[in-house]
Design a binder for this molecule. Structure first.
Ligand code: ISC
Length: 322
C-alpha cells in the first residue's frame, strides 16, 4: 500500500515496486515504489470463506442484444479487413457494463482469490487512476537474474469437465502466431519453446506454450518488455496494422485492460520481476463495473462464435459479482 497519494511513473523498469501499465505503449506507466509503500501480510486461507453459488450477476437482455449487434458487426468488419489486407490476426475487444455496489469490493475480491487460486488475482487503486480488479491467466514475463520465462496463450473454449479436448485449426493457428512472434522478437535470447498444451483458466481452456531464455545482461528487462508488449495475444499481427485497425474501429479506450502489471525487484543488487497481462479484469465505478473482454480474430473466425467467446470470458468476473 503506497503511503502517499503521489502518482509515480516508471520509464526504465529498473525500479522496485508494483507496476500498472496501460495497453497503449505511450500511456502512463504507474509505479507504487517499494520505498514509498507499506507491506501488509495475511494468510487469506484462514481469514476468509467463500460459498460457491450458481448466481451470476445479471445484464439486461436489451443491453446484451444491442452489445451483441455492435460487436458482431465489428467482428465482421475485422474479418473482411484481415481477408483484404496483410493482417493475419487482430484481437478485438469490448467492455460490458454490469451493476455493482462499491461497498462490496472486498467481498468480491475475496471471492476472486478463492475461486481462481492459480490466477494472478489483484485489486488495485489509485485516486487519480481509479480502481481495477482482475484474475489474469497470462504471464507477460518472469525474470530471475538473467533467466526469463514468458508465455504464448491464445485459443479459447469452455471447460466442460475434461482437459482432454480437441482444438480446431483456427485456435491452433492463432496460438502458433503468438508463439512465432515471441520467438521472432526475442531471437537468439530464446533457449527453449515447449509444445503447446491445454491450460485451464477458471471456466475456460486455452492453448499455452512456455518460452524460456537467457538475457545477455540481467538488466535487459526493459528491452524484453518493449519487444513483447503488446503481444499478438492482445493486439494482433503485424502489430502496426492491427493497432491501426483497433484505434480506428474498436470504438473505445482499453485503458489498463490488456496492459500489464506486477512486481519489479530491480536495483540494489536485486534482479527479478513477475509481470502479468491484464486480462479477465474489470474497472470499478461507484455503481457499476466495466468488464473487459476480447478475442483473437482471424480469417477463419465466425462473428457469432467470437461474441459467445467474449460472453464466456465475462463470466470469470460476473461469477464473483453476484
Ligand atoms: C484477449 C483476451 O484473451 C487472450 C488470451 C487468451 C485467449 C485469447 C483468445 O482466445 O482470443 C486472447 O488472445 C481476453 O481475455 O480478453
Amino acid at each position: 500500500m503506497q503511503n502517499n497519494d503521489q502518482l509515480d511513473l516508471i520509464e526504465n523498469f529498473d525500479e522496485a515496486g508494483f507496476v500498472f501499465v496501460p495497453f497503449e505503449v505511450n500511456g502512463k506507466k504507474v509505479l507504487f515504489s517499494t520505498e514509498n509503500s507499506n507491506f501488509l501480510e495475511f494468510d487469506w486461507k484462514n481469514e476468509i470463506e467463500f460459498i460457491e453459488t450458481d448466481v451470476i450477476s445479471k445484464v439486461s437482455s436489451e443491453q446484451l442484444f444491442s452489445d451483441k449487434q455492435v460487436y458482431e458487426r465489428r467482428v465482421e468488419h475485422c474479418i473482411n479487413y484481415i481477408k483484404e489486407s496483410a493482417c493475419n490476426k487482430i484481437v478485438l475487444s469490448r467492455k460490458q457494463m454490469v451493476h455493482f455496489k462499491r461497498e462490496e469490493v472486498f467481498t468480491v475480491f475475496n471471492k476472486l482469490i478463492f475461486k481462481y487460486p492459480s490466477a494472478f488475482c489483484y485489486l488495485w487503486f489509485h485516486p487519480e487512476i481509479g480502481c481495477w480488479m482482475g484474475a489474469s491467466p497470462e504471464k507477460l514475463i518472469k525474470t530471475e537474474n538473467n533467466l526469463f520465462e514468458t508465455m504464448s496463450l491464445a485459443g479459447t473454449q469452455k471447460f466442460k469437465g475434461s482437459m482432454r479436448v480437441k482444438w480446431q485449426e483456427k485456435e491452433r493457428e492463432e496460438q502458433q502466431l503468438v508463439t512465432d512472434y515471441i520467438v521472432d522478437v526475442l531471437g537468439s535470447l530464446v533457449t527453449s519453446v515447449s509444445q503447446p498444451f491445454t491450460s485451464k483458466a477458471g471456466g475456460l481452456l486455452h492453448i499455452c506454450s512456455m518460452i524460456r531464455g537467457e538475457m545477455d545482461d540481467m538488466n535487459d528487462l526493459k528491452l524484453l518488455i518493449e519487444r513483447l508488449h503488446p503481444t499478438p495475444a492482445v493486439c494482433g499481427l503485424p502489430k502496426d496494422l492491427a493497432l491501426d485497425f483497433l484505434h480506428k474501429y474498436e470504438g473505445y479506450d482499453r485503458e489498463f485492460y490488456s496492459g500489464f502489471l506486477g512486481e519489479l525487484n530491480m536495483g540494489a543488487g536485486k534482479c527479478s520481476a513477475e509481470l502479468f497481462v491484464n486480462l479477465r479484469c474489470m474497472q470499478i465505478f461507484p455503481e457499476q463495473v466495466a468488464i473487459y473482454v476480447g478475442g483473437g480474430i482471424t480469417s477463419k473466425s465466425s462473428a457469432k462464435k467470437e461474441w459467445e467467446e467474449t460472453v464466456a470470458k465475462t463470466m470469470t468476473m460476473r461469477s464473483v459479482l453476484s
